[in-house]
Write a protein that binds this ligand. Sequence first.
Ligand code: SF4
Ligand code: SF4
Length: 157
Amino acid sequence: MTDDPIDRTGLPPRYWETTPPGKMTDREWEALCDGCGKCCLNKLEDEDTGEVALTRVACRLLDDATCRCAKYPTRHRYVPECITLDPATIHQHMYWLPQTCAYRLIHEGRPLYNWHPLISGTAETVHRAGVSVRGMTRSEYDVADDDWEDHIIEEPL
Ligand code: SF4
Ligand code: SF4
């Protein structure tokens, strides 16, 4: 069992259904993340078609057991290219965000899944639903860039 590292206590009930992203507090915005870890997998983008393929090769800071960033508050010191999602620019990331990512769902006006910790009350449901990357990643330390193609996977849904 892992505790939920995101503090989701005291947030207004089902606020994501009534509060537009641009009006959410930082805590409300951060709490939308379900902790699946899929955005921390490296992707391969086809230069000609723009198609994006997911690999099991994870960012060096991703903890495979918890699916969390090992140094989230200070991550840009180690991974400067890590993207910060925010309401104003989220549309720019739709082409690569995972299908089940809560930021995508909210942007598309779709409901969150029942396994989302904001609904289930526990981060564990994300793993039980089989939508996280727990136990399936390889660290980018261990796989040469040229070999990423051998590690392309389908998004766990
Ligand atoms: S894909 Fe979305 S919901 Fe999943 S960890 Fe990344 S930001 Fe959070
Ligand atoms: S730095 Fe952290 S949040 Fe960013 S991709 Fe890596 S593991 Fe994910």
